[in-house]
Ligand binder design. Structure first.
Ligand SMILES: *Cc1c(COP(=O)(O)O)cnc(C)c1O
Length: 804
């Protein structure tokens, strides 16, 4: 859009007066943010309204992306960037005497997700709009986001994230578009006298009103404003003869009160099931209602609408759509089923057994009786159709019902036309292992879609020094066509450019050092190598391996204090699920080790450990541009894709990585010389599983170095971890190290030694960083969503140079 600084200043002053009727300097930072946020909402309104109107007028095929998590990050700067007025507003703010960066930081960062899953959903929202795809988000408006993490005495404590406290400037409540979602009660089918059709009769249900809150998702410089719709649970309007109590109200509000603080453990809570059906049902109801208002025939539904199931949590959209088509639209089963499978597609995000959702059949029958009947019929028909072809055993292993449970991943594959994994290796493992039986039945449904990230947020906004350097060197075309980043390779042997690249990194490291000094009172030297691991705390991600590597370095410095060591700062960001005891013990270990190391004069500036609390999108934006090394060290086969690996690469960090998830594709893009690989391969891990011949204890017995490192957990080297140190030590030796930490330790240490060596040659290091930046365009979410659009959703998108 077009905007001058003069116009902006006038608009700002006017809105400030309307909203607060006060002088500018009476406002708090947070109020100043609200003025600016509301103004930007006004600026984007045209674009948003016109896009919606255009979709209604042209009846373009719509994609609905259902996700129980979204992690959009702060929206002020990204909206300004996408509108094309970031520089104008920054300059205008300055002229008004506002501290723009402070206003940006005053926006609450919506923590409506745990990690990668939610962040992927939000990167996709940004890319859908930027690629001009008619894409809509559908999720839950949690009253409280993921807990705020603090450390007390090194232990994680969880504080409520009251993100809506000052209101949310970006959302619009659409009360008139509310839907009713039914839970519990009884249901039976009765023949309607007049029409002769079977209609379900519901008795004693608990009805919940789903109220939508819409947020605009803007495209980059293209006048598109898509919608992310989040649902909030409320009581239905009060009937004349019935009054609700506070308790009624609280019971309903509970459904959308909190985000489950767990992204990889299956949680069997009833409330979780209610959340899943709540947003699935409300979303499908509103889609069909809207479709019916604007279009004629339901038979075309499959050509007009695509519903995407982001991980299993929204799988109930399948029986819910069937319910509406059967019970309310009175279609035959076979017609309804054809439409449903045409509409639905599914992304699997994990092969961890404990994360594959299963609901007890009796629970589903009690809580969602009609939905249960429909799933039972899907199960019955699947068995009838497939048993003659594939045999009873395979069908029993792959049907929705099994062992008294409903297996949601299987239902998702059976009730959709596409199932994708999120990296090449992950998709292979789905086909070979986790979903092998369904792959045998429906091979044509399986496909890979490697994850991506939006470079607009992760480079343009997070790393302005790098963005400006790239503009100077290769022009600004990369900002809209990320494959142009590859042209920077022409400067690989240009020492002047490499020196500038090094200078950009140093600037970013200094900025992070300032932040660390201000928040943690730890002094770190930007000249040191910054080695970063930022992700949810989980045993499979192996923060422990990283910690053991630091213990080794600490011990080496202690043993030979006069040697030369590459100065290092190890930076962590990680939340542990509140009920995940082991992960919290690792947090305590990291903090205890940090305490020891950071106060030991022998370490001086050689070794520092920084564990920044409350890892979030905003914190990631601060850390990533400052990283020299990004650790992606999951046990091979466990990390489906990873996306922080892509963010770090785009910012010129080199990966220290196992051959897992998308690390493999990153290696293929940048070449094995431009990252540091170590550890077991998937085949080696699977061979250990098959032969059951892994013994961590043997490795401990054979290697003095491993022994010295592990012993530090239990011999009071690190004060304050009596319980934690022992538990972790036991997890490795007594319980035989589920994630092969001990097995990969020496290989990890060797890779770290290579890194220290390589860092000495700064010219060559910067060449490697450049190579990583150059190929980051391959992992742009714009490309990923284009592949979904073409192969899965069959929708048109704006063709851009980079998609060719
Ligand atoms: C990108 C991102 C993640 C995912 O990180 P992985 O290392 O891929 O697990 C998690 N949380 C936040 C806040 C992110 O931005």
């Amino acid at each position: 859009m077009k905007l001058t600084t003069a116009q902006f200043k006038t608009d700002y002053r006017k809105l400030l007066k309307t909203l607060y009727a006060e002088e500018q300097d009476e406002l708090s930072t947070s109020e100043q943010f609200l003025v600016l946020g509301n103004l930007v909402r006004q600026y984007l309104a045209d674009q948003w309204q016109q896009t919606t109107a255009e979709y209604n007028r042209t009846q373009r095929k719509q994609v609905y992306y259902f996700s129980i998590e979204f992690l959009p990050g702060r929206l002020l700067e990204s909206n300004l960037l996408n509108l094309g007025i970031l520089d104008t507003v920054r300059a205008g703010s300055k002229e008004l005497g506002l501290d723009f960066d402070q206003l940006v930081a005053a926006e609450p960062d919506p923590g409506l997700g745990n990690g990668g899953l939610g962040r992927l959903a939000s990167c996709f929202m940004d890319s859908l709009a930027s690629m001009q795809i008619a894409g809509n988000g559908n999720g839950i408006r949690y009253r409280y986001g993921l807990f705020k993490q603090a450390f007390i005495n090194g232990y994680q404590v969880e504080l409520p994230d009251d993100w809506l406290r000052n209101g949310n400037v970006w959302e619009v409540c659409k009360e008139s578009k509310a839907c009713t979602v039914r839970f519990g009660g009884n249901v039976y089918l009765r023949r309607d006298e007049a029409s002769g059709q079977l209609v379900p009769v519901y008795e004693n249900t608990q009805d919940v009103l789903a109220v939508p809150y819409d947020t605009a998702m803007l495209g980059y410089h293209n006048h598109v404003g898509n919608t992310m719709r989040l649902w909030s649970a409320e009581l239905p309007p009060q009937a004349d003869d019935h009054y609700y109590t506070q308790a009624d109200k609280a019971a309903v509000a509970r459904i959308t009160e909190v985000l489950y603080p767990d992204d990889s453990n299956y949680d069997g809570q009833l409330l979780r099931l209610h959340q899943e059906y709540f947003f699935s049902s409300a979303g499908v109801q509103s889609i069909i209602r809207h479709y019916r208002r604007h279009q004629q025939s339901l038979v075309d539904l499959g050509r007009q609408i695509a519903i995407h199931i982001n991980d299993t949590h929204p799988t109930l959209v399948i029986p819910e759509l069937m319910r509406i088509l059967l019970d309310e639209e009175h279609l035959d089963w076979s017609v309804a089923w054809r439409i449903t499978t045409q509409v639905m597609s599914y992304t699997n995000h994990t092969i961890l057994q404990e994360a594959l959702e299963k609901w007890p059949q009796d629970m589903l029958a009690r809580e969602l009786p009609r939905i249960y009947q429909i799933i039972a019929e899907i199960d019955r028909r699947f068995r009838v159709e497939m048993t003659p072809i594939y045999g009873a055993e395979r069908v029993q292993r792959s049907a929705p019902f099994g062992d008294g449970q409903v297996r949601m991943a299987y239902l998702a594959v059976i009730g959709s036309h596409s199932t994708n994994g999120v990296a090449k290796l992950h998709t292979e493992l789905l086909q070979r292992d986790v979903l092998a039986d369904l792959y045998a039945i429906y091979p044509e449904r399986f496909n890979n879609k490697t994850n991506g990230i939006t470079l607009r947020r992760w480079v343009q906004l997070a790393n302005k020094p790098l963005s400006e350097l790239l503009d100077q060197q290769i022009g600004s075309g990369w900002r809209s066509a990320s494959s142009e980043l590859e042209t920077v390779k022409a400067y690989q042997n240009d020492p002047a450019f490499l020196a500038k690249l090094a200078q950009v990194k140093l600037t970013n490291k200094q900025r992070l050092a300032d932040y660390v000094a201000a928040t943690l009172q730890i002094k770190i030297d930007p000249i040191a190598l910054f080695d970063v691991q930022i992700k949810r705390l989980h045993a499979y991600k192996r923060q422990l391996l990283h910690v053991l590597g630091i213990i080794d370095l600490y011990q080496r410095i202690k043993a030979a204090p006069d040697e030369h060591y590459q100065a290092r700062v190890h930076i962590f960001g990680a939340k542990a699920a509140p009920s995940y005891y082991y992960a919290k013990e690792i947090i305590k270990l990291i903090n205890a080790l940090a305490d020891l190391v950071n106060h030991d004069p022998a370490m001086r500036d050689r070794l520092k450990i920084v564990f920044l609390p409350n890892y979030s999108v905003s914190l990631a934006e601060k850390i990533i541009p400052a990283a020299d090394i990004g650790e992606q060290i999951s046990t091979a086969s466990k990390e489906a894709s990873g996306t922080s690996n892509m963010k770090l690469m785009a910012n010129g960090a080199l990966a220290l990585a196992t051959l897992d998830g998308a690390n493999i594709e990153i290696r293929d893009a940048v070449g094995a010389d431009n990252l540091f690989l170590f550890g077991l391969t998937v085949d080696e891990v699977y061979a250990y599983y098959a032969q059951q011949n892994y013994r961590a204890q043997t490795l401990y017995d054979q290697s003095p170095r491993i022994r010295r490192i592990l012993d530090a957990l239990v011999d009071d080297t690190i004060p304050g971890i009596q319980t934690e140190g022992r538990d972790i030590y036991d997890s490795l030796l007594r319980f035989n190290d589920d994630y092969f930490v001990v097995r990969d330790l020496e290989s990890y240490l060797a890779a770290q030694a290579q890194i220290d060596q390589a860092y000495q040659d700064q010219n060559q290091w910067q060449q490697r960083a450049l190579e990583n930046i150059a190929f980051a365009g391959r992992f742009s979410a714009d490309k990923t969503v284009n592949r979904y659009a073409e192969d899965i959703w069959h929708v048109h998108h704006q063709s851009r140079p980079e998609t060719k």
